[in-house]
Ligand binder design. Structure first.
Ligand SMILES: C[S@@+](CC[C@H](N)C(=O)[O-])C[C@H]1O[C@@H](n2cnc3c(N)ncnc32)[C@H](O)[C@@H]1O
Length: 301
């Protein structure tokens, strides 16, 4: 383990050595349309939660490398960011939530040229305060090392934990300050991830029902992906918001990512209106073919 965190539970933690394959590298996808949706929601939620002085814990169950250079071969080869943040970069006007998200990404690109993309850990580091605390879980050894290096000089106390993020979340809840945002963003390389995210949220709600939980998932033609939304809604959380950004209709089927979804438990009350306000800009820039949609549903009580 990279950190000396003493985990207050006895369950066996999975380490990278236990996983048969860990081939997913977020560098190939950094800044794509899925990151735009995910990180726009993250930025909005962090702005909302840090509007109060009280300390906040940020828990990232699947952190990735934390930041990505577009000039490196791994991102350039795929260049998915061109259809994501790249498509928004030069837009003259954007609605407030999208503009604020771009402003945060610009902090990593101070000369105005889009050269790098901050992953969720870097976004948290840029937005949190000294009284907050960052917990990052990442199984891939190379990514965990990068996170560890960047955490050393961060003004916000940070811990990198190179064990299973689902177990890590369980170990950290309830959080000491009684305020926490957890982002759950697995790679869904294994079908078991679809079951694991539902189990993790059910457990998290039992341990700490007032936490803010952000779950990202891919919209694919597969049965597991299509069934996930109803399983999330059936968890019975009192308040949730569900946003699905589709680039092509789900019925189109076929291989590949059709879009992605964010399921947010205990969302900021401002989130629904903020997303509604971004609908036409998101579709104009990210789904210019005219086949896209943004569907938003929520439960308020
Ligand atoms: C989609 S990426 C995370 C991207 C990141 N959250 C962001 O928004 O910038 C998923 C990451 O989870 C890691 N991972 C896979 N299984 C894991 C597990 N059980 N626990 C912790 N990390 C895991 C992968 O190595 C990969 O880096």
């Amino acid at each position: 383990m990279l950190c000396c965190l003493r985990l207050p539970f006895t369950a066996q933690l999975r380490t990278s050595a236990d996983l048969p394959v860990l081939s997913y590298r977020h560098a190939f996808h950094a800044g794509n349309h899925a990151d735009v949706l995910k990180h726009m929601v993250l930025v909005h939620a962090l702005d909302y939660l840090t509007s109060k002085d009280a300390p906040l814990w940020y828990i990232d169950t699947h952190a990735g490398a934390g930041r990505y250079e577009f000039s490196r071969g791994d991102t350039q080869g795929h260049a998915e960011y061109h259809e994501g943040i790249g498509a928004l970069w030069e837009a003259a006007t954007l609605p407030p939530a999208l503009s604020r998200y771009r402003e945060v990404i610009r902090l990593s690109n101070p000369d105005g040229q889009l050269r790098r993309y901050p992953g969720s850990p870097s976004i948290a580091r840029m937005m949190l305060r000294p009284q907050d605390r960052i917990w990052l879980h990442e199984l891939h050894p190379a990514d965990a090392r990068e996170l560890e290096r960047d955490s050393r000089h961060a003004p916000v106390p940070s811990r990198v934990i190179d064990t299973d993020g689902f177990a890590g979340l369980r170990a950290l809840l309830p959080p000491q300050p009684r305020r926490a945002l957890a982002i759950i963003d697995p790679s869904y390389e294994m079908d078991s991830d679809y079951r694991a995210v539902v189990d993790a949220l059910r457990d998290a709600l039992e341990r700490f029902s007032s936490g803010v939980y952000l779950l990202w998932y891919p919209l694919l033609a597969s049965r597991e992906s299509r069934r996930l939304p109803e399983r999330l809604e059936a968890l019975g959380a009192q308040k949730w918001l569900h946003a699905q950004l589709l680039l092509r209709p789900l019925q189109a089927g076929g291989a590949g990512l059709l879009g992605s979804g964010m399921f947010v438990i205990n969302p900021p009350w401002t989130l629904r209106a903020a997303l509604e306000d971004c609908r036409s800009a998101l579709l104009e820039h990210l789904a210019p073919g005219g086949e896209g949609s943004l569907e938003i549903t929520s439960r308020e009580s």
